[in-house]
Design a protein around this ligand. Sequence first.
Ligand code: SPD
Length: 284
Amino acid sequence: MQGLWVTELQTPSLALSCRVIKTLHRERTPYQELAVVETEAFGRMLLLDDVIQTTVKDEFVYHEMISHVPLNTHPHPRQVLVIGGGDGGAIREVIKHTEVERAVLVEIDARVVANAREYLPEISCGLDDARVEIRFEDGIEHVRRLRDQYDVIIVDSTDPVGPAVGLFSREFYQNVYHALKADGLFVAQTESPFFNAAFIRRVQRDIASVFPVTRLYLATVPTYPGGLWTFSLGSKKYDPVEVDPQTIAPLPTRYYSPEVHKAAFALPPFVQEILRPGEEEELF
Ligand code: SPD
């Protein structure tokens, strides 16, 4: 192999490598090692602690699916909270919904936002919208204080290691439940069905112990381990599977559509298997 490559060790026995055209920035923030590199295959790429978070080429899949599925499930998504997501991709999608009055971004690491603004303008471009408020706080602590405030909460976190572990706990889901209004709902990114099956099973069980409606859905994100990615949704009232595609207003999207909304909940048998109760095994 020639030249500079960036490699994410996605599991102890699997790596994804991309040829790097240029390293644009590297720094140690108070929370993590941050890098922005220009790659041949995926354009600009943000890495945190050597884990790919987002790339200009494939980010739209993840950000559209973590945002439009919950926002089109809630009939009136006016107050929206995004936890994590400092690159701004989820916020960019959230503010496409004209009914959104306020979109609060709670990101622990101010340097993620600063670097996204500087190096990833296509992704961070919604952060200056008048409806957006940015707070540099720990999302776990932030949610603990809230009661009855949000219609939709989106947990756009890093992988469940280090400080993010608490974002995947039953206690956090209970706090999210209280932070939501009486008909609110939330969604979280929940890793790979190929490599994190036991983790997904545990998360789904915990969400189901708090929320009356619990769903898992899928999207294809080429730079994430295995390429197939899961999102877990907990809802007090509305079921994303019951949404009538004809009621979904058209938005400028490249992956999400009313048909994809429906199809994302059609789980292959091996993913359905994950949702059946079984042996617990901690993978992280
Ligand atoms: N394996 C990496 C998963 C990262 C998920 N969150 C990415 C944040 C993009 N806004």
